[in-house]
Design a protein around this ligand. Sequence first.
Ligand code: IMP
Ligand code: MG
Length: 182
Amino acid sequence: MDKTIKVSDRNFKLYLTAAQIQEKVKAVAERINQDLVDKDPIFVAVLNGSFIYAADLFRNITIPDCEITFVRLKSYAGTQTTGEVRTIAGLNESVVGRNVVIIEDIVDSGYTMARIVRRLKEDLGANEVYVSCLLSKPNAIKVKDLKLDYVAMEIPNDFIVGYGLDYNEKGRNLPDIWVVTE
Ligand code: IMP
Ligand code: MG
């Protein structure tokens, strides 16, 4: 029988084990190591969701002298849109002319990531901006021209928790990834 757990008020079943996740994370780190060895990259991890993925990815990066920093997304009321608009807060390092690797937990519609990429390139003067997300949901993407350079795993359009990802802020501590059952 499928392993299930309850997080907050919903039930989840086991989707990916910690060992399966590690394999995928190592494979994506290896690609980054090869592609960006001469790019002097700065990794920018988006808190909270990416903190566990960022730690596991970064410990598998072998590029000499690479750096990591952490940002949060701050919400503000957009003038043009009814939805929530989120931008980067807490980036103290200059990224002018730098090659940046954004580390995110998951890309769903892609609106959040598209905004982060645009802000880094257009406002903050980054050179190349690469995206590394643990998960992407290809069936949910709304921003069709968003380039996802380093995706550890593609998943169906279902809600998941664990390995840093939350359901109502709960479940981030789970070592495996779980998918909602109803
Ligand atoms: P997007 O702007 O629609 O791409 O939303 C991305 C953000 O939504 C992520 O950074 C997550 O915080 C959250 N999110 C999307 N799907 C899930 C999920 O299945 N589990 C937990 N959080 C999710
Ligand atoms: Mg997030």
